[in-house]
Design a protein around this ligand. Structure first.
Ligand code: PMP
Length: 385
């Protein structure tokens, strides 16, 4: 659920406010607060002013397949992919969405056969992003239905496979696992950015999803985009958004354009000045170093994935991934890792939501500095004997 359970019990007047070490640390969601410091620094450069008379029409560019796509936003998306080198944008239709979540549903709608008696199966290799099953099934669509772990999928015929790379929750680089001729692929590349993973080459798939939420941390703007090869698929995705929300907030697209432009500009700074990706990569490197030290101190009680280095074409050097989440495993005598950590007032998301055992939990690495430091400190208070 998205309710915030990290708030204090101050409303309960019968109890004193919790002391610092009783405070609940909520790292269940991947709320990307970690980048706020960078955007505070940029100040006026990324402030936009929208007059009362602006952004009033439903329409942005009626000559585009995606008629509600703001040209300024489209331009900055293409430019940033070129600067980072993480996606081919040539011969692609760009579809903007209210977060990549809306585009995920638009993609399922667009890829599902319309004349099939049975809904098409939607699969993803476990551990998969915990929202996929519920987002696929909550409306009990007749077009598509959740088919579970792609590695165990043995029904013949067409299917949609979701490929998340690097993967949420575990951070590993992925490819499709089924590779059958009747498979339709959706690549969710929310985390294919240099602060999380080495950029190996520009992604070049049929249908790729990106989101501002994880790129720059502006989750609240609710902006995502899809790069779509097939014009008919792009048209159907656009139709879905038309039926769903008649377009995507222009105010958000204009603000997103401004933020993306600042990111690209920061990468082009000559002689000094830290780029957004240098800033974010440094923070993620530092957090992972501290996290691994804390895990080491647990003497084998906890384990986390290890990653080998690979060449990053953006930073021009060999680097190891620093995923947006820790995929933590309780190794010893603890069956339910989420409950165990809840006992220390640390809220995480159990492996069961990702299609695996409750020995695993996912923990956000993108929260505020304050919460992250509290988290490390809280880990140090656990008695591992
Ligand atoms: N895909 C993945 C893999 C994610 O982790 C997230 C955010 N947690 C999303 C999609 C959705 O992002 P948004 O709707 O904010 O763009």
């Amino acid at each position: 659920s998205f309710s915030n359970s990290s708030s204090s019990t101050c409303e309960d007047h019968h109890q004193p406010p919790p002391k610092n070490n009783n405070r609940v640390i909520n790292l269940d969601h991947g709320d990307p607060r970690v980048y706020e410091a960078f955007w505070r620094e940029t100040g006026e450069k990324t402030t936009i002013k929208i007059a009362g008379w602006q952004s009033m029409s439903y329409f942005s560019d009626v000559s585009n397949v995606c008629w509600f796509l703001e040209p300024e936003f489209a331009e900055e998306v293409v430019r940033l992919h070129r600067v980072v080198g993480n996606a081919v944008t040539e011969d692609r239709h760009l579809v903007v969405g209210t977060g990549s979540s809306q585009l995920f549903l638009a993609a399922l709608y667009a890829l599902s056969p319309t004349n099939s008696p049975q809904p098409i199966s939607v699969v993803s290799a476990s551990p998969y992003y915990s929202s996929y099953p519920s987002m696929t099934d909550y409306q009990k669509s007749g077009l598509y239905k959740w088919g579970g772990d792609a590695d165990k999928f043995d029904i013949s015929g067409p299917y949609i496979e979701l490929v998340t790379s690097p993967n949420n929750p575990d951070g590993f680089v992925r490819r499709s696992v089924l590779n059958r001729s009747e498979g339709l692929l959706v690549h969710d590349l929310a985390y294919y950015w240099p602060q999380y993973t080495p950029i190996s080459s520009p992604s070049n798939h049929d249908l790729t999803l990106f989101t501002l939420s994880k790129t720059t941390g502006h989750a609240g703007m609710r902006i995502g985009w899809a790069l779509v090869k097939d014009k008919e698929v792009a048209k159907k995705m656009t139709k879905f958004i038309e039926l769903n929300t008649i377009g995507v907030s222009k105010d958000s697209q204009l603000r997103a354009a401004k933020v993306l432009r600042a990111v690209s500009d920061s990468c082009k700074l000559q002689g000094g000045g830290e780029s957004f990706f240098q800033f974010s990569h440094k923070i993620m490197t530092d957090r992972w170093k501290q996290l691994r030290e804390a895990v080491q101190r647990s003497n084998g009680f906890f384990s986390v994935p290890t990653f080998s280095p690979s060449f990053c074409t953006f930073f021009n050097q060999n680097l190891v991934p620093h995923p947006a989440f820790v995929w933590l495993k309780c190794e010893k005598n603890v069956e339910d890792c989420e409950s165990f950590l809840r006992g220390y007032n640390i809220l995480t998301r159990s492996g069961t939501h990702f299609g695996v055992s409750q020995q695993y939990v996912r923990i956000s690495m993108l929260d505020t500095d304050e919460n992250f430091m509290h988290f490390l400190h809280r880990l140090s208070t656990i008695n591992f004997r």
